[in-house]
Design a protein around this ligand. Structure first.
Ligand code: SF4
Length: 580
């Protein structure tokens, strides 16, 4: 029944590149052609993939390669700079002895457990300044990672509030048994009745997605679980994959049963590599229990199995069409839509791409029925939402509430009552102030894929928005001009204002540019990249205006300082060699 299955997890180009990177600390040029030949891919495609994903490098990284998160919740770059000083390292440049390299990276999904970093692909959490001398000593001594303190690598679930999904870690197979009893049509009817909408943020109707895929004439069909949660501030899928993996895989199997698929992929973000072995162990247990594989639960016509493919540090691959490109061993560039994945998805075949939490919800609906789910939440947002809460609150972690909870109630639950602002839905969502804390978390009001970032009174919101604008400029895939050019320009304007050199003209230009990026970009990344800037200007105008210069124009850089090299070359430093 494996006919029609694409590249399996371990033979996937991304996995082979991960192996090369791990083994040689970079991708050696001489390995590229043989790899391309073995995987029957054009060399140009392999080269393009190497350049696209930030976890692959053309020049060797250090034997210890540290990447510090630069997220406003799980990042602290002062730690990175301090460690660089201790070790004599320049960020981004491997130390001459090859022992260590240090750089920054986007959010690692550890926003509920202090400052974090990746070391050779393994997560370090709760980092503080006290760790740095020991960290530097271990690195200088060449101590293997397995001999570092185990508690440094601990990742907690931090589940603070359970609800419909998290309070019931049901026995494996419960959803499948219930669904098989009623049949595929009945399962689809229950999903429809439930009103389930996609939990990744967009909120597309799940039953409609499954129906459209099932109705697509082409076969084979595929199920893809989008576990590439990369939105800064989001970490709920990490917890679902760690503690509710059976329900995630069962949700994929249920979808396969409904649409008639025989193979599925879980696309795991590269930052969660530590979850790969336990996830594969869960898959094996499910195969042994006949919950995956051929003739699932003895059904003669129900065959389905799952491969895991791991991403490599590209936020854009959380966008479903980019994810499919990445699954197809290409650069993760968003596709032109339509056609949509339900008819032309993985390998051009009908494909359902669902978020981790959506699939967990589907498993629960299969057991308890659509009515049970529909009875919670709001009219347009049925059921519950698993929220990742981080930032300036006393109890960051995972909270599950029925849709419709107000921001204020959530702040009280997490100890964030003193917040001046909350970023709902991550940087691509909405930045709101106290006047709007009465608003509801629901698709019809404040939609969120799960990220809730709390900012206390002491936070500099300009620094927050500056961080987000750097994030988007870094993560733009470069495919379309408004985003490729616009996001770095937005970053420049914010940098200029933050440095105290912005003028009212700059602010007006930034606002104009933000609308161009929002309206003209090809995919969701560009269309939302300007949201933090626009929200800041609309809801917190004083944050920018109080830093503006009272003059018409100021250059982006110090023109006189820029002439230093010329003065040195011409051995001149007289008054006429300077701009007045
Ligand atoms: Fe790529 Fe940005 Fe254009 Fe999306 S909007 S296709 S991320 S350049």
């Amino acid at each position: 029944f494996s006919a029609g299955v694409g590249q399996q997890g371990h033979d996937h180009l991304l996995h082979r590149l991960h192996d090369l990177q791990h083994c040689f600390l970079h991708i050696p040029p001489l390995e590229i052609a043989p790899l391309a030949a073995e995987l029957e891919l054009p060399i140009s495609q392999v080269e393009a993939v190497i350049d696209f994903y930030s976890f692959f490098h053309r020049t060797p990284r250090g034997r210890i390669d540290l990447l510090f998160s630069n997220c406003t919740s799980c990042g602290d770059l002062t730690l990175m700079h301090r460690l660089c000083e201790l070790l004599g390292v320049t960020p981004g440049i491997t130390r001459a002895d090859g022992a260590v390299s240090i750089d920054e990276t986007s959010c690692l999904g550890m926003c509920d457990q202090g400052a974090s970093a990746l070391v050779n692909g393994r997560i370090l959490t709760k980092l503080t300044a006290q760790h740095l001398p020991s960290l530097a000593a271990l690195i200088n001594a060449g101590t293997p990672l397995d001999d570092w303190p185990a508690e440094w690598f601990a990742v907690q679930d931090n589940i603070r509030q359970t609800g419909l999904l998290l309070s019931d870690n049901m026995p494996a197979g419960a959803g499948l048994r219930a669904a098989l009893q009623g049949g595929a049509e009945n399962l689809l009817a229950e999903i429809k009745q439930s009103g389930l909408r996609g939990r990744g943020g967009a909120g597309f109707n799940t039953s409609l997605k499954w129906q459209l895929c099932r109705a697509a004439p082409a076969t084979p069909r595929y199920v893809v679980c989008n576990a590439d949660e990369g939105e800064p501030g989001t970490f709920k899928d990490r917890v679902l994959l760690n503690s509710y993996a059976t329900q995630v895989f069962e949700g994929m199997a249920l979808c396969a049963y409904a649409i008639g698929a025989q193979h599925g992929y879980l696309y795991l973000r590269g930052e969660y590599r530590y979850l790969l072995p336990p996830l594969e162990a869960t898959l094996n247990e499910m195969r042994e229990a006949n919950l995956l594989g051929a003739n699932i639960l003895k059904q003669p016509d129900f065959h389905f199995d799952i491969s895991i493919v791991m991403g490599a540090g590209a936020y854009i691959c959380g966008e479903e069409s980019s994810l499919l490109e990445s699954l197809e061993q290409k650069r993760g560039v968003p596709r032109v839509r339509p056609p949509f994945p339900v008819t032309h998805g993985y390998l051009g075949q009908p494909t359902v791409v669902d978020n981790v939490e959506t699939l967990v919800a589907a498993t629960h609906i299969a057991v308890h029925g659509g009515e049970w789910f529909r009875a919670h939440g709001t009219a347009q947002s049925a059921g519950s939402k698993v929220l990742s809460v981080s930032g300036d609150c006393t109890a960051p972690g995972i909270y599950e509430y029925p849709f419709g909870i107000s921001v204020q109630d959530l702040l009280e639950a997490c100890g964030g009552q003193d917040a001046q602002a909350v970023q709902v839905g991550g940087p691509s969502g909405a930045l709101i102030g106290r006047a709007e804390f009465g608003r509801k978390l629901a698709f019809e009001d404040l939609a969120t894929g799960g990220s809730i970032m709390v900012y206390g009174a002491q936070r500099d919101l300009l620094a927050v928005v500056r961080n987000f604008s750097h994030f988007f400029a870094h993560e733009s895939c470069g495919f379309c001009t408004p985003c490729r050019v616009g996001t770095p320009l937005l970053r420049k304007y914010i940098d200029k204002i933050a440095s105290g050199h912005g003028t009212p003209y700059d602010q007006a230009e930034m606002a104009r540019l933000a609308m161009v990026v929002k309206r003209r970009s090809h995919c969701g990344l560009g269309q939302t990249a300007a949201n933090p800037v626009l929200d800041l200007l609309e809801r917190f105008p004083q944050v920018c205006t109080e830093r503006l210069l009272h003059q018409d124009y100021a250059p982006f850089f110090n023109l006189d300082a820029a002439l230093n090299t010329s003065r040195e070359l011409t051995h001149r430093d007289d008054a006429e060699a300077h701009l007045s």
